[in-house]
Structures are given as structure tokens and as C-alpha cells.
Design a protein around this ligand. Structure first.
Ligand SMILES: NC(=O)c1ccc[n+]([C@@H]2O[C@H](COP(=O)([O-])OP(=O)(O)OC[C@H]3O[C@@H](n4cnc5c(N)ncnc54)[C@H](O)[C@@H]3O)[C@@H](O)[C@H]2O)c1
Length: 348
């Protein structure tokens, strides 16, 4: 395909999130949206009202059988990601699938293998990996400015919409897990989770997920749909400096604190000494581009060039394996689950 030929994209799933994806693909000059597909006709009417020139259908086979579709963007409920993505790959289409990639690790492995066998792009909607403040934090961590990372603590809570089919772990934690794996360049080796279903007993709406990484870094992720305030705050503590990333801030989303504690060995048999440092607080300037636009542009570029997406099927698989282990731990009352082996397809 020549660079000037538009990439022909179909959006499957036009509920809450699909319209955001459609808007961004419509804004791209080198993309042609061939179809919007949704099982509910009321949703298709909404799409037609907004974009009358984009054809709509309730029939996925019509989309997948259309030779004028190069790529399929899937924004349906989690339980449907696997069958839709699999059918799309089998039909020879590149696939972007919303987070989390699948409902379990074996499905994730199958999609990774299929995309690999067919030489097609498989990308997962880990949107925050494309968010400018998250990118900025990655640069800061990689520059060594924070020193060795000791731990990360993150909160993603608000009075959120209770999902009917998945726990808060599967709904919200994909964001934090994908951010952590991107920042740290490693996946967790073990996880333990406590939580409970406060409103619907069978569907946990609060969870505290503790991760341990091979490097020794530890992390805690708090997720909940039950909170009086909206918090989207992450703290990264290093041996040299500390950082707070607050996504609810309008301007100063990232702040670097020149704070720390230095340990001095005792000179004789006396007690060790600690010296506390509270220096400057710096907030770097961060561009305001919409993460979804950057994510969609990356997918289009990968489809054109065959480049491997930053959030490829393997990245999706690692997150799914972690969610599965986190949920299993929660279900078992907080026992620690190992997960290094789970992220390998050889095991499935
Ligand atoms: N990246 C992000 O920040 C982000 C944010 C919100 C949601 N999401 C993800 O987007 C996905 C969709 O979430 P949502 O909140 O929009 O859900 P939703 O229930 O509001 O919408 C899903 C739509 O898919 C349609 N659908 C279901 N099965 C279908 C099928 N077989 N064929 C065609 N259409 C079908 C439904 O009719 C519905 O309109 C989920 O995976 C969710 O995790 C991602």
C-alpha cells in the first residue's frame, strides 16, 4: 500500500468508548473509516447522526468480508474481544483491540500466535502508554534522575460505573499495570490482591493489588468504583528523587521532588545516621496532545510499515496474565500468586 493510500478502518463496538475512537480516526487525513459496526441499532443511529457518510452495520461478517477493510478496531465488552479479534485476524485484517486484550491468558496467546503467523499487526489499547505525562515520566525514570526506583504507589478511584461482567481489577487495573510495565521495562513476578464486592457481592468494586518485580521494585495499585473523590495519582520513589504524577491536574501533572533520605553507616559501633533532604519541586512542561490520537496514529503507522506496536500482543498478554493472577489472588483471599511463567505462551 502506498503512503498516500488511506488506511481503511472499521470500528466494531460503538458504546461508551467507540465514539472516542471513531472521532480520532475521522480526524486523521490518511485514514478512511469504512464501517461502524455495533450489535445495537440505536448505537448505529447515533453514529449516523454524527457522521452520516460512514456506513453502519450490525453484521460483523459484512465488515470482515469486505476486501476494502484493512484494519479492525475493537471496542466491545471484554468477553467479546477474543472471538471478534480472532475472526478479524483470520479474515486478514490488522487488529487494534481495546484493553484488556482478552479475558484470559490462553486467548491472549492464541491472538499473539495468529497475528504472528499471518504477519498482521495486533495492538492493544493501553492508552496511557501514549499519554504525554506518562511518556514524560518514562523519560525521567530512564534518565536516572530519580536514582534506583524503590517503589511505586498508584490510586485510580472514583464513584465509577459498576461493570456487570468484570471486577474492578479487570476494568481499571489494566491502565496501571500497563503504565508500570512500560515505565519499569519489566513485568511483575508475583502479585497478591485483597478486595471486596461492597455493592454487588460477586463483583469486587475495590481492590488493593501488590506487585513485586524481579529488580526488587514493589508497587501497590488501588482501584475502586467506590470513592467520594476522583484520584488518578501515582507516586514513584527513587533513591535520588521522588515524583508524583497526578492525571487530574490541569497543568502540573508531573512534579519531581528533590527529596530523599540518605543513610550513613555508623563510624564505630554506634547507631546509623539518617539525613533528610527536602529540596526543589520541579514541574516539567508537557505537551497537551490527546493520548487517543497518538495511539490511533501509532496503530495506523504500524499497519502501514509493519512496525511492531509499542503496545503489541505480547504487551497485552503480559497485562492479561497479571490481571488473571491478581483476580485469582483476590478470589483466594489474598494469597500470593507467581506470574512470571504465566506470561509465556509456551505454558499454555
Ligand atoms: N482505553 C481506555 O481508556 C478505555 C476506556 C473505556 C473503555 N475501554 C474499553 O473499551 C471497551 C468497550 O467499553 P465500553 O465502555 O465502550 O462498553 P459499552 O458496553 O459501552 O459498549 C460496547 C458496545 O459494543 C457493542 N457490541 C457488543 N458485542 C458486539 C458484537 N459482537 N459486535 C458488534 N458490537 C458489539 C455493544 O452493543 C455496545 O454498544 C472495553 O474493552 C473497555 O475496557 C477502554
Amino acid at each position: 500500500m502506498g503512503v498516500e493510500t488511506p488506511l481503511r478502518v472499521a470500528i466494531v463496538g460503538y458504546g461508551y468508548w467507540g465514539p472516542n475512537l471513531l472521532r480520532n480516526y475521522m480526524d486523521m487525513p490518511d485514514v478512511w473509516v469504512s464501517w461502524v459496526c455495533d450489535a445495537r441499532s440505536a448505537q448505529l443511529r447515533k453514529s449516523s447522526a454524527r457522521y452520516p457518510a460512514v456506513p453502519t452495520t450490525g453484521d460483523l461478517d459484512q465488515v470482515l468480508g469486505d476486501p476494502d477493510v484493512d484494519a479492525v478496531v475493537v471496542a466491545t465488552p471484554i468477553s467479546t474481544h477474543f472471538p471478534i479479534a480472532k475472526a478479524a485476524l483470520e479474515a486478514g485484517k490488522h487488529v487494534f483491540v481495546e484493553k484488556p486484550m482478552t479475558a484470559d491468558t490462553s486467548q491472549a496467546c492464541e491472538l499473539v500466535r495468529l497475528a504472528n503467523d499471518k504477519d498482521l499487526v495486533l495492538m492493544v489499547g493501553h492508552t496511557f502508554v501514549f499519554s504525554p505525562p506518562v511518556r514524560a515520566v518514562k523519560q525521567i525514570i530512564d534518565s536516572g534522575e530519580l536514582g534506583d526506583i524503590y517503589f511505586v504507589a498508584t490510586q485510580r478511584v472514583n464513584l465509577g460505573l459498576h461493570q456487570k461482567d468484570v471486577s474492578v481489577v479487570w476494568d481499571l487495573a489494566p491502565h496501571d499495570i500497563s503504565i508500570l510495565y512500560y515505565w519499569l521495562g519489566e513485568a511483575a513476578e508475583s502479585v497478591n490482591t485483597t478486595g471486596r464486592g461492597c455493592i454487588v457481592p460477586s463483583i469486587p468494586d475495590v481492590a488493593f493489588i501488590n506487585l513485586r518485580f524481579p529488580s526488587g521494585i514493589v508497587a501497590e495499585i488501588q482501584v475502586s468504583w467506590l470513592s467520594p473523590v476522583k484520584l488518578r495519582r501515582t507516586m514513584v520513589v527513587g533513591s535520588q528523587k521522588m515524583l508524583v504524577y497526578d492525571d487530574t491536574e490541569n497543568v502540573e501533572k508531573v512534579k519531581i521532588f528533590d527529596h530523599g533520605v540518605d543513610y550513613k553507616e555508623p563510624e564505630d559501633f554506634g547507631e546509623f545516621q539518617l539525613s533528610y533532604r527536602t529540596g526543589d519541586i520541579i514541574s516539567p512542561k508537557i505537551q497537551g496532545t490527546e493520548p487517543l490520537f497518538l495511539e490511533a496514529s501509532h496503530f495506523v503507522q504500524c499497519c502501514r510499515t509493519g512496525e511492531r506496536p509499542l503496545t503489541d500482543g505480547w504487551a497485552g498478554l503480559r497485562v492479561v496474565a497479571s490481571l488473571e493472577a491478581a483476580q485469582a489472588s483476590l478470589d483466594a483471599g489474598g494469597v500470593t500468586a507467581a506470574l512470571a511463567e504465566k506470561a509465556s505462551c509456551e505454558q499454555v
